[in-house]
Design a protein around this ligand. Structure first.
Ligand code: UDP
Length: 315
């Protein structure tokens, strides 16, 4: 049985990835300090002999004596309100933790997998829309989002340096907006906010004009893309996301229709001035090298997310 060390395994994405890895026959060692992860996300795994939990910061040394085949670094706060709430945790997760885990992977002769993000593209201009992997990004180093964007950009750079200098085997995924069950209903992201507000019959808070766009990928599709990339031979970054692009107002309308809510939309100021105006993945590389494409539409994925948030709210 091969062993995967997975940081952030109690988070939204990490816990779904853990389920997939276990189903594929891997043993999983979860590293999580629960600053944003949740015990409920992995409580169904209690007693499973193939999964272990080390409650620790991913920056701290890992005390694992046995052989490890894969090191997957997903741990990081990732919701925009977290950037202001815990800026140093974002910076440390991308920098020290990445370095620590690269060193660990090198010692174990394991494959290293980095969860990077569409945030490394910053606020993409119209000439780079949708975003292809060769776009270098448009990021304000001093902006409020930079604690996340720049940490992830550094994480990619140090990962590539380990590959070039030490021959470490690496994979890098750039994850676009993803949603599904096990998101914290209060994480402050747009999908969770809108669903929570609709279910509570509160106004849906549209930040800015609501004309900005995002492209939302259902979690099972994302995990499938990650798993394929892990087993592929591709060492350059690969975008994984759903290229169906929606304005934030369109998303609000979908949520209202699917919840049957009569909540009004209200406008609020943008959380951060550098809020990307548009974001959409070009996934032709993932299609070509991984044979991957998303299968779950927003209208199919949202109901599962609504059911999960309704349960969290005990409605
Ligand atoms: N947004 C919004 N209302 C909310 C939360 C977010 O209009 O209650 C907007 C936000 O300004 C951004 C988009 O929705 O333009 C996506 O925000 P999210 O926090 O989900 O993630 P991001 O893609 O910005 O990292």
């Amino acid at each position: 049985m091969q062993t995967v060390v997975l940081t952030g395994g109690a988070g939204f994405l990490g816990s779904h990835l853990t389920d997939r890895l276990l189903a594929e026959g891997y043993a999983v060692i979860i590293i999580d300090n629960f600053i944003t992860g949740r015990r409920e996300n992995i409580s169904h795994l209690e007693g499973n002999p193939s999964v272990r939990l080390f409650e620790q910061d991913a920056c701290d040394p890992l005390r694992i004596d046995e052989p490890v085949d894969y090191v997957m670094h997903l741990a990081s706060p990732a919701s925009p309100p977290d950037f202001a709430r815990m800026p140093f945790a974002c910076l440390r997760a991308g920098s020290y933790a990445t370095h620590n885990l690269l060193e660990f992977a090198w010692e174990k002769e394991a494959r290293f997998f980095l969860a990077s993000t569409s945030e490394i593209y910053g606020d993409p201009p119209a000439t780079n829309h949708p975003q292809t992997e060769d776009f270098w990004g448009n990021v304000n180093t001093l902006g409020r989002r930079a604690v996340y964007d720049e940490a992830k950009r550094y994480a990619e750079t140090v990962t590539m340096a380990y590959h070039r200098e030490y021959g470490l085997d690496i994979r890098i995924v750039r994850i676009f907006n993803t949603y599904g069950p096990r998101m914290r209903n209060d994480d402050g992201r747009v999908v969770t906010n809108f669903i929570t507000q609709a279910l509570r019959d509160e106004p849906l808070t549209v930040y800015g004009t609501g004309a900005q766009t995002r492209s939302f990928c259902y979690v099972s599709d994302l995990v499938d893309g990650i798993f394929r990339l892990l087993l592929s031979s591709e060492k350059e970054p690969v975008n994984i996301g759903n290229p169906s692009e929606f304005t934030i107002r369109e998303l609000a309308e979908r949520v209202l229709e699917l919840t049957g809510s009569k909540s009004p939309l209200i406008t609020k100021p943008l959380l951060y001035e550098d809020d990307p105006q548009q974001r959409c993945p070009d996934i032709s590389k993932a299609e070509r090298v991984l044979g991957w494409a998303p299968r779950v539409s927003l209208d199919e994925g949202l109901p599962h997310t609504i059911t999960d948030i309704r349960a969290q709210l005990k409605l």
